[in-house]
Design a protein around this ligand. Structure first.
Ligand code: PRX
Length: 569
């Protein structure tokens, strides 16, 4: 395989990076040093306090923490002090509702300022914050709110209608707070700006996110307050954030990237952040980069490929010379996308690899390091990563295996909510097994190959095939469904469903559209199958498990492999 390398030159070092010598840092790194850079209360800490309130004792008090721009172009800005006070108010409102330490408070909002105030407010009173994409529909919401036993949901009047429909399934849900009502406005105005920030043990729960595996319903990955230590350290060394930066992370906090690098890590680093609440639109995105003079940009491969498809002329219409550093996460960053970035922005995207479970960037390309184009880079200092075989033995250089991390680094998830066995199942032979396959080259760079399981990555979103299959079989015409990720040049993968219809139903194009809409309405706007194929029978094991591997192999025209365990084929 021919590897192109982007060699850093003096042009890339006009601003010396925060991390100037990766190898040295990796050798001498000690998490205790990172601990010391945060604010502690006698061995206790609070992630939200570190993100916002600690800056109030410094010159950053009146620095803009958030430039917010809405879908229709509305603009607002908040200083660190304003963020601190607004989140204190939310903390007090929640306390008035009887919310206590450890209670789960879920946020079901688009990216409006109240989402950020709420997230911080929840953490400040020691409750556990959960985030929900505003694209979620009844089934996705019910699964998450039921399993988490959320006592409170913070939402708006439009999205509340979806919660109302499933309320009867949620006995533990006591309050729904609707932030766009007059009642809420009044209590927000009245609420005190003084709040005693809870001193949390580093191991206490801070936030949780539901993410998909290959089987079963989504699982609640729980993170402790200590996660902020790694989010801060990586924000500093991988995203290279500094005080004079204007930083734009394009992720939604319904995704771990939005929590770690739009709220906790980036604000702990004291940076001015931009949040754009609107949909993806190439022209708007370039306008935002230009208008706010964004210096550091963290985005995802599908967005980059969509920008690429929008053409070079559009880029040239904007002055993007403020950009200093660009990173990407969530799915494989193909070499063409990096080469295009070098051509049009005069700088590459730096790929970063991590997962909801790992809590922060785990493998990355650093500003100080040359980029082997197509590689995910090297482990963050303090993280031991390896490629291991099924026995946990490191494989040889360049050989394929499981991407694994040595447990014990301080950001790793704390648990899987109510599923301790599931949590334990991640760890084998002294390693955390990521579920991704990859290889490591002779220089220590890691390369991604694919998932070891059936998890689908579509436009960066992690979708469990089981969830989509369950949604499809709810439709009266569907008897069975098997769902796979089908490679797609734009979205990485698209969801493809193989559907067995009820004997009395005739397959038609119209029915395909109906099924797509059905999943959009019941599960989530982004988790619907873009392709549907009607088939007579699904390949299954003798115990009745759908063999997605076979569906995928057939789809791709590859050999189907061992079928001896199949019921019938
Ligand atoms: O398969 C890997 C892919 O995304 C998975 C994790 O998804 P999620 O928990 O949603 O978190 C994504 C953002 C932190 C991984 O198991 N993935 C993530 N980053 C990369 C990647 N695949 C290839 N290259 C990456 N840089």
């Amino acid at each position: 395989m021919k590897v192109d390398t982007y060699k850093k030159t003096s042009k890339d070092f006009r601003f010396p990076p925060n991390l100037d010598d990766y190898d040295h840092a990796y050798r001498v790194f000690d998490w205790k040093t990172a601990h010391k850079e945060l604010d502690w209360f006698d061995g206790k800490l609070n992630a939200a306090y570190n993100a916002v309130d600690r800056h109030l004792h410094t010159w950053r008090k009146n620095k803009v923490a958030l430039y917010w721009e809405g879908e229709a172009g509305e603009q607002k800005k908040f200083t660190f002090e304003e963020l601190a006070l607004a989140s204190n108010k939310i903390g007090n409102i929640l306390k008035d509702f009887g919310v206590e330490r450890g209670d789960r408070v879920f946020i079901f909002l688009p990216r409006i300022p109240e989402l950020y105030f709420s997230f911080l407010g929840i953490l400040k009173i020691g409750a556990t914050a959960g985030t929900l994409f505003s694209a979620f529909q009844e089934q996705a919401l019910a699964d998450r709110l039921e399993n988490s036993g959320a006592q409170v949901v913070i939402t708006n009047s439009e999205l509340k209608l979806r919660i109302d429909k499933i309320k009867s399934k949620l006995p533990e849900l006591k309050h729904i707070i609707t932030v766009d009502t007059q009642d809420f406005q009044k209590s927000f105005e009245k609420a005190s700006e003084d709040l005693h920030v809870a001193h949390m043990d580093p191991e206490d729960y801070a936030f949780m996110l539901y993410t998909s595996g290959t089987t079963g319903k989504p699982k609640g990955v729980v993170h402790a307050h200590r996660a902020v230590i790694g989010q801060y350290a990586t924000a500093k060394w991988v995203l290279d954030l500094r005080d004079d930066d204007t930083y734009w992370c394009t992720a939604d906090p319904g995704w771990v990237t939005g929590i770690a690098y739009e709220i906790l890590g980036s604000w702990t680093a004291g940076v001015t952040a931009v949040v754009h609440a609107g949909r993806f639109d190439p022209k708007r995105w370039y306008e935002i980069l230009e208008k706010y003079k964004v210096t550091v940009w963290y985005t995802a491969p599908t967005a980059i490929r969509m920008l690429m498809a929008a053409g070079d002329e559009l880029v040239k219409k904007h002055d993007l010379t403020s950009l200093r550093h660009m990173c990407s996460v969530g799915e494989p960053l193909n070499p063409e996308a990096i080469k295009w970035a070098i051509k049009v922005f005069d700088k590459p995207f730096h790929d970063t690899w991590w997962q909801t479970e790992t809590g922060a960037i785990s493998i990355a390309n650093y500003p100080c390091m040359d980029i082997k184009i197509g590689s995910m880079g090297k482990p963050f200092p303090g993280v031991v990563a390896a490629i291991v075989d099924e026995q946990g033995k490191e494989v040889e250089t360049n050989a394929e295996g499981n991407i694994a991390l040595r447990p014990g680094w301080p950001l790793m998830m704390k648990t899987i909510w109510k599923r301790p066995q599931k949590y334990k199942s991640y760890f084998e032979h002294g390693w955390y097994i990521s579920g991704d396959r990859g290889w490591k080259d002779a220089d220590g760079y890691f390369w991604f190959i694919g998932r070891a399981d059936d998890v689908i990555k579509t436009a960066g979103e992690r979708v469990g095939p089981f969830e989509v299959e369950s949604a499809l079989v709810e439709h009266p015409a569907v008897v069975e469904a098997g769902v796979i990720g089908k490679p797609d040049t734009l979205r990485g993968e698209i969801i493809k469903a193989f559907v067995v219809l009820d004997a009395g139903t005739k397959p038609s194009e119209q029915l395909k559209t109906e099924l797509m809409d059905y999943v959009k309405k019941h599960l989530a706007g982004h988790a619907y199958p873009r392709e549907i194929e009607f088939i007579d029978k699904l390949p299954k094991t003798r115990s009745g498990k759908i063999m997605r591997r076979i569906l995928k192999a057939k789809e791709m025209g590859l050999p189907v492999g061992d079928t001896s365990t199949l019921e019938e084929y």
